[in-house]
Design a protein. Structure first.
Length: 317
């Protein structure tokens, strides 16, 4: 079995970028951190609910995130994302759009034999694109990032029980280009919201995920290279998300759940468990629908905008 695992990626020359595949490994589209895939994809919605301390007071927040990525070349994508946010405060409710981010994401490294994938990105957070009501009226930000995935299907027989596992990691440094933003803060004395000018702070958004491929429990690898991509499977996972503002307490959560990946879409759900008070005052949940646009609408997304070569090719023997 070990020999077939090592030979498969050499024979299998597909480049299924749309599904975040490296060799025999599918890296699930994670919900709290960005995954290493560079693809034509649409996330709508990514819904989350979590009670957590924000703007100096306890508030229950619901978010509907959306993100879109379009391949410019087989390894370079344009990205855009934003969210609608609704907050319940003890004295009232606020809602509005979060800041809009646009950027580029590039697949910098791929090793199919060792199930490894590395991408880098650079995004621009557009100043004043978010609502004052939810504290998203912030200055411009620059967000360089790196996104890594590594599967363990290449391990020797003595460690075969670890082959179904994979890890991904994401590190994004959000650097403000201005000093202050605008937000609403509750005033218990008046029962109203006051406009404040919070200081913009550099924040490192980082995290890791641990994933388990159920296909490694099947006979998929027993008779030579697989004939199909590693899709149509359930992927149990747990994500750990950390937000570290400079000079402030890191907000930390653990997010256990699962993803089911099909050919043209992935659905995922997970619990949100705060690891400290900055991460939340109680448990929440999150659910996501991810659409692989090149399979969902191949006539429109069958190839990158700036390249005649398709983003994916068939398995070659």
């Amino acid at each position: 079995m070990r020999g077939s695992l090592l030979i498969v990626p050499l024979l299998w020359t597909q480049s299924a970028h749309a599904h975040g595949i490296a060799g025999n490994r599918y890296f699930a589209g994670t919900m709290t951190i960005d995954d290493p895939a560079v693809a034509d994809e649409l996330i709508l919605p990514n819904f989350s609910y979590l009670p957590f301390p924000a703007q100096g007071s306890n508030v229950t927040e619901s978010r509907i995130n959306g993100a879109f990525a379009r391949l410019l070349t087989p390894t370079l994508a344009f990205t855009i994302d934003s969210a609608w946010v609704h907050q319940n405060w003890p004295i009232g409710r606020t809602s509005g759009f979060d800041k809009t981010n646009i950027g580029l994401k590039y697949e910098a490294f791929r090793d199919n034999r060792h199930e490894a994938l590395v991408s880098v990105g650079l995004a621009w957070g557009i100043a004043h694109s978010g609502a004052v009501a939810i504290g998203a009226d912030a200055p411009d930000t620059i967000q360089p990032g790196i996104f890594v995935g590594k599967g363990f299907g290449d391990l020797p027989d003595s460690l075969s029980w670890l082959r179904p596992f994979a890890v991904t990691a994401s590190f994004v440094d959000e650097v403000p280009l201005g000093s202050v933003g605008r937000a609403l803060a509750p005033n218990p004395a008046t029962g109203r919201f006051d406009t404040i000018l919070p200081r913009a702070v550099e924040t490192l958004h980082w995290g890791i995920s641990l994933q388990y491929s159920t296909l490694y429990l099947t006979k998929r690898f027993d008779r030579g290279p697989p004939k199909d991509e590693p899709l149509n499977q359930l992927v149990p996972l747990v994500e750990f998300r950390f937000d570290s503002p400079r000079g402030q307490t890191t907000a930390a959560t653990a997010n256990p759940g699962f993803a089911y990946v099909a050919v043209a879409w992935q659905v995922a759900a997970e619990a949100i468990i705060p690891l400290n008070r900055a991460g939340g005052t109680g448990p929440g949940f999150r659910a996501q629908l991810l659409i692989f646009l090149d399979d969902f609408m191949p006539a429109l997304f069958g190839k990158p905008l700036l390249s005649g070569r398709p983003a994916r090719s068939q398995i070659a023997w």
